[in-house]
Structure formats: structure tokens, C-alpha cells
Write a protein that binds this ligand. Structure first.
Ligand SMILES: Cc1cc2nc3c(=O)[nH]c(=O)nc-3n(C[C@H](O)[C@H](O)[C@H](O)COP(=O)(O)OP(=O)(O)OC[C@H]3O[C@@H](n4cnc5c(N)ncnc54)[C@H](O)[C@@H]3O)c2cc1C
Length: 449
């Protein structure tokens, strides 16, 4: 039996041993989820030996990858062949299975959609304990199509075959400043439609909102050679460089992980952006998974909340979300967000789905902008936790957008199933998890069970 088959048997056995009525929880060393649940009400599902790249085939430009393999590991394996996955989420410990079931995004998404759109085949441990191979053209097509945005509520991805594309050794970056959100959104639309900027092809597009009069689009282009390369894994900080220079060069690996070292900008909450702290901070600790662990510890022991109470500071609400809004409504969203929530910076990333994925209904071919914001916002007096998050949910849906589900959500049940296509979900759920051994999407993502 191959190593992979042995690992499949292990997880199957582990799943069968979980008593009915107890929700399984993938026992993997890292997570990028921002819904913290009570581990006491779940049982560990062993995911041992499911974190390897099985093979990379430069001939067919595909890779066979186990479900719990981190992108860091996957990118190292593919770059060795001059290849990369179509979409590489920015955080190193996001796994391929996690990005496909929980949706990922990056600066290639304007052309290549979300990570699940370059998956050819999924091997899944389903809720009823079967192991099936689902493809777009076989008898498990419904499961294949419903898997993205199902968050492990239909089953677990054990192996995926994904498409790869060629890379060049360097990426040339151009940061373009805008003083007006409408103009920025218009330029984003033009660049993504033409796939060109200043008459040259573009390979990557994303951007940052620092304020209503300070927005940047960053366009990246592969290059064979570079006059110099910058390094943002030490003293210098990538997001700050966007405001300071119009042109930059990175190795392809450093480009793919440019946001991980400082968890976009969220490392500032730990003092890591202060030169003195940074000088003494070992580089191996400047990673998104280290910061994520610190946040989990803080939540567990309530340290920040206690300090805020002692200092009589207003109660803070955690506003950690990624939302998708049609590009033509992007400026309206930014105006709302700046006025009512007021958190900066905001990450902006254009994306276009190539076809219809039932549980995350984006209109195929239409350009959306993902706005990502991660931080704490003081609650106005008399308001309770969820106040800003609810405002955001309402605004996003008024603007014909969608919200990803990796963090907290506040929808009521009917509204949730209307927005996330309950009709399609329940058909597949009944087929692959008829006795409901896995939580359903509402219970998992909204009720946080
Ligand atoms: C601050 C922040 C910023 C983010 N920014 C980005 C971003 O810029 N780009 C981006 O692409 N994504 C981003 N994400 C979202 C992230 O991609 C998703 O949360 C993704 O699901 C995390 O994958 P993971 O492998 O860490 O999974 P986990 O966090 O371990 O799990 C996420 C969910 O997926 C399920 N799951 C995990 N593995 C599998 C599997 N193999 N099969 C089935 N279900 C599985 C788990 O049960 C769980 O419900 C961000 C998240 C946060 C918190």
C-alpha cells in the first residue's frame, strides 16, 4: 500500500471511531480560521501523513497533492520545476484543502479565479465515511462543484490534482497611486479587462487602501532578470514600501510570500514593526502562523480584553473579514467602510470566477474586488459585539457582494441559506452526509459550533 493510501486508511479509521453526535475537528498543526470554537465539544480527526506533495509533473503541468499540504511546502516543490499553482494564497500555512473548501484569493485571481478553479480532481472522505474521487465530469460532479465554500461540512479533501503554470525568476512591481476611489476602481477594471498596464502584459494585480485620498494599485510582471531585488523578510516592511516607491523587484518566491512576514500589516499589533523589536526578532518568528498563535492565546486567556477594562478603554470588536463586491460598486463600499468602520489599511484584490460555483454564487466573468480588513474597532457606547460586522454584512449584500465565511458571521438561518444557496447545498449534503455526522454550514460558520 502506498504511503498516501495508508494515510487515507488512517483518517478513515479515525473518523469511524468518533462517536455519533460529536463534531470532528481536523487535527492539524496550523489554522487560519478566525472562528474560535470550544474544542471540548469536538473530537480530533487524525490528519497524519496527509501533508505531502505526492508528485509534480512538468509535462502535464499538474501536481498531485495531499489535502493538508501547506502552500509553503507546495510552492517549494513546484518552484523547483519552474512552476507555481495558479493562485497562491498569501499566508504560508494555508493548506491546499483549506483554500479549496474555504476559498482563497491572490493577485492572480483577476485572471485565474479562486484556487478551486484550477483543481482537476478531488479525493474526498465524505460525511458518510466513503472515499470518493470527484471530478467535473464524473458521477460525483455535484460534490466537486459544491465543495468550494463548504468548509469541511460535506467531507475532507485528502488528495487534489491541480494545474500549474510557468514562472520566471523575478517579479517587477509597479505601485500606482490614486487620490480617488472611483478612479482607482476604474483603473483596476481597465487593467484586468485588458490584462495590460502601460502597454505591457500584467501577471499580478492587487492594491491597498490607506485612506480616501491614498490608494495604490500594484501591478506585477514576471521578468527573466532584475536590476536588484528587495528583501522584506528582515528590517524592511513590504506594505510600507508601497507608499515609498513606484517600482520594485522581488524574486518570485519573495513575491508570493510578500504579505506573510508581517501578516499583511497585522504584525504591528505585536510591536514587530518597531525597529528595536524587529532588530532582535528572529526571522523565523516573523510569520503569519506565529502571529495567529499569539492571537489564539490572547483570545483564550482574554489578556487584551482585561487590559482594556483596567485602562477603562472602550470595548473593542474584532472585525476580521474578506468580502467581495462588484468593481463598479467598490468605491461605494470603501466610502461606507471608511465612514462607518474606519479601519485602515484595507487590502484590495480583483477576482473573476470562470464558472458558477453553487455555494459561493459570484457571477461568472464579472469582475469583483475582494476587500480584506483585519483588526479591532472600538464599539460606540451602547453598542454590542457584532455591531460593525452586521453593518458590513448588510452593506455587502446591498452592493450585490458576498462575504467569505472563515471568520464570524451573524446572519439568521433563512437569510444565510438564501445567500449561500441552501437548495444546492442540501441536495449534496443529503447525498454525501445523510445522517449529518458533520455539522452543516450554518451551524459551523454562523453558530460557531
Ligand atoms: C486574517 C486572515 C486573512 C486571510 N487572508 C487570506 C488571503 O489573503 N488569501 C486567501 O486565500 N485566504 C485568506 N484567508 C482565508 C483562508 O484562506 C481560509 O481561512 C482557509 O480556509 C484557511 O485554510 P487552512 O488550510 O488554514 O484551514 P483551517 O483554518 O485549518 O480550516 C478552515 C476550514 O476548512 C476546513 N478544512 C481544512 N482543511 C480541509 C480539507 N482538507 N478538506 C475539507 N475541509 C478542510 C476546516 O474544517 C475548517 O472549517 C485569510 C484568513 C484570515 C484569518
Amino acid at each position: 500500500m502506498s504511503t498516501h493510501q495508508r494515510a487515507v486508511e488512517d483518517i478513515r479509521r479515525s473518523y469511524a471511531e468518533i462517536p455519533g453526535g460529536t463534531a470532528p475537528r481536523l487535527a492539524k498543526p496550523t489554522s487560519n480560521l478566525f472562528r474560535f470554537r470550544d474544542p471540548g465539544r469536538t473530537a480530533k480527526l487524525s490528519a497524519r501523513d496527509l501533508d505531502e506533495v505526492i508528485s509534480v509533473d512538468p509535462g502535464t503541468m499538474t501536481a498531485e497533492v495531499q489535502g493538508m499540504t501547506t502552500y509553503e511546502h507546495l510552492v517549494d516543490a513546484t518552484l523547483a520545476h519552474g512552476l507555481m499553482p495558479y493562485v497562491v494564497p498569501q499566508l504560508k500555512t494555508i493548506t491546499l484543502g483549506g483554500a479549496v473548501t474555504g476559498l482563497g484569493i491572490e493577485s492572480t485571481s483577476f485572471r485565474d479565479g479562486l484556487p478551486h478553479e484550477s483543481v482537476e480532481e478531488l479525493e474526498i472522505l465524505t460525511g458518510d465515511g466513503r472515499v470518493v474521487v470527484a471530478r467535473d465530469d464524473n458521477e460525483h460532479r455535484d460534490l466537486f462543484r459544491a465543495f468550494p465554500n463548504s468548509y469541511g461540512t460535506l467531507g475532507y479533501a485528502l488528495r487534489l490534482r491541480i494545474k500549474l503554470r510557468e514562472v520566471r525568476p523575478y517579479v517587477r512591481l509597479t505601485h500606482v497611486r490614486f487620490t480617488d476611489a472611483d478612479k482607482c476602481m476604474l483603473a483596476m477594471q481597465e487593467i484586468c479587462d485588458s490584462m495590460e498596464h502601460d502597454g505591457e502584459p500584467v501577471d499580478f494585480v492587487d492594491g491597498v487602501f490607506f485612506g480616501p485620498q491614498e490608494l495604490y494599485l500594484t501591478v506585477g510582471r514576471f521578468a527573466e532578470r532584475a536590476p536588484y531585488v528587495s528583501d522584506y523578510t528582515g528590517m524592511r516592511i513590504y506594505y510600507q514600501s508601497i507608499r515609498q516607491r513606484g517600482r520594485d523587484w522581488l524574486t518570485v518566491r519573495d513575491y508570493l510570500w510578500r504579505w506573510d512576514t508581517d501578516w499583511f500589516w497585522c504584525s504591528r499589533a505585536f510591536g514587530v514593526q518597531q525597529p528595536v523589536v524587529r532588530t532582535f526578532m528572529p526571522r523565523r518568528w516573523m510569520r503569519s502562523d506565529v502571529y495567529r498563535r499569539l492571537v489564539a492565546l490572547d483570545r483564550k486567556y482574554g489578556v487584551t480584553a482585561r487590559i482594556d477594562r483596567w485602562r477603562d478603554r472602550p470595548v473593542q470588536e474584532s472585525v476580521i473579514q474578506d468580502v467581495e463586491v462588484p468593481v463598479e460598486r467598490g468605491a461605494e463600499f470603501l466610502e461606507f467602510f471608511d465612514g462607518r468602520v474606519g479601519m485602515t489599511p484595507v487590502w484590495m484584490c480583483p477576482l473573476r470566477a470562470s464558472s458558477d460555483w453553487p455555494l459561493y454564487p459570484l457571477e461568472p466573468g464579472k469582475l469583483y474586488v475582494n476587500f480584506g480588513f483585519w483588526g479591532m474597532v472600538p464599539l460606540p457606547r451602547g453598542r454590542f459585539d457584532g455591531y460593525h460586522n452586521r453593518l458590513i454584512e448588510n452593506a455587502v449584500h446591498e452592493l450585490d457582494g458576498h462575504k467569505s465565511l472563515y471568520s464570524t458571521s451573524f446572519y439568521d438561518r433563512d437569510e444565510f441559506w438564501r445567500l449561500y444557496n441552501g437548495d444546492a447545498y442540501w441536495l449534496v449534503k443529503r447525498e454525501y452526509d445523510p445522517s449529518g455526522r458533520l455539522l452543516d454550514l450554518y451551524d459551523k460558520c454562523v453558530r460557531g459550533r
